[in-house]
Design a protein around this ligand. Sequence first.
Ligand code: NDP
Length: 253
Amino acid sequence: MSRLAGKTALVTGSSRGIGRAVAVRLAREGALVAVHCATGREAAEEVVASIEKDGGRAFAVQAELGVPGDVHQLFLGVDEGLKERTGSASLDILVNNAGVMGGVSPEDTTPETFDRLFAINARAPFFIIQRALAGLAPGGRVINISSGLTRFANPEEIAYAMTKGAIEQLSMHFAKYLAPRGITVNSVAPGITRNGNPVFDIPEAVEQMAQLSAFGRVGEPQDVADVVAFLATDDARWITGAFIDATGGTLLG
Ligand code: NDP
C-alpha cells in the first residue's frame, strides 16, 4: 500500500525504538522520511539504509533536542534534506517522538533532571511545531507521542508523566489552531513497549511488565507505529485533538 505516496515526514528520535518503527512504517506507506537522532548517527543511517533497501526514501538528520539552538539545528537538516529531494521544504507529517524517561523517586528528582525532562519532552515539541507551522502542508498531520502514564500512576515517573501531560495539552490546543488548515494534531499514548533497554533482555522482568497489558504481553514498536501510520493517512482526517490509547489495554485496569 502507498497511502502516503508523495508525502514528507519528520520523525524525531527515529534512530531506534518506537520512532524507528514509525519511520520504517511511514516510509513503507510511501512517505519520504527524515530520520532524526541526537547521538546515534550510525543507527539513524542504518534506518535510512534499511528503508532504502525496501524501496523507500529517507535521510538522516542529527540534532540534540533540549539544548539552546536545538530546533534551528534540526530544521537546518530537515529543510536541506527535503529541498534536495523534493525541491521544497514542505512537510506533511510531523511525529514528535523523541523523549527521555526519568526513573527516579520524587525525593531524588533534582531541578536539573526536571528541567531536562521538560526541555526534551515538552519544550522541544512545542517549538518544533511552532517552527514547522509555516511549512506544514494543508491536510498535514502532527502526532505527539505521549504515554499511558498520564492516566496510570507511577511515583518513579512523576516529572516524566508531567511532561507527557503537557504534550497532551499541546495537542489539544494546536488541534483547534490548525484545524482551519485541515491539519490534525493528536496524541498517541504507548504502554510499556519493547525498546533497546536491557530490561527487555530479562525474561522475568518482561513477564512482569506483560501483566500490565490486558493482552498479557509487552508492546512491540510496530504496535505503536501502526497506530501512528493510521493517524498519518487520509483515513484519520476526522480525528483531531484526540488522546489515542495505544497501551494494549493497560488503562483498563
Ligand atoms: P528510545 O529510548 O528507544 O529512543 C529514544 C529516541 O529519542 C532515540 O532515537 C534518541 O536518539 C532520541 N532522543 C533521546 N534523547 C534525545 C534528545 N535529547 N534529543 C534528540 N533526540 C533524542 O525511546 P522509546 O522508543 O522507548 O520511546 C519513544 C517515545 O515513546 C518517547 O517519547 C517515550 O517517552 C514514549 N513512550 C515510550 C514507552 C516505552 O515503553 N518504550 C512507553 C510510553 C511512551 P539517540 O539514539 O540518537 O540518542
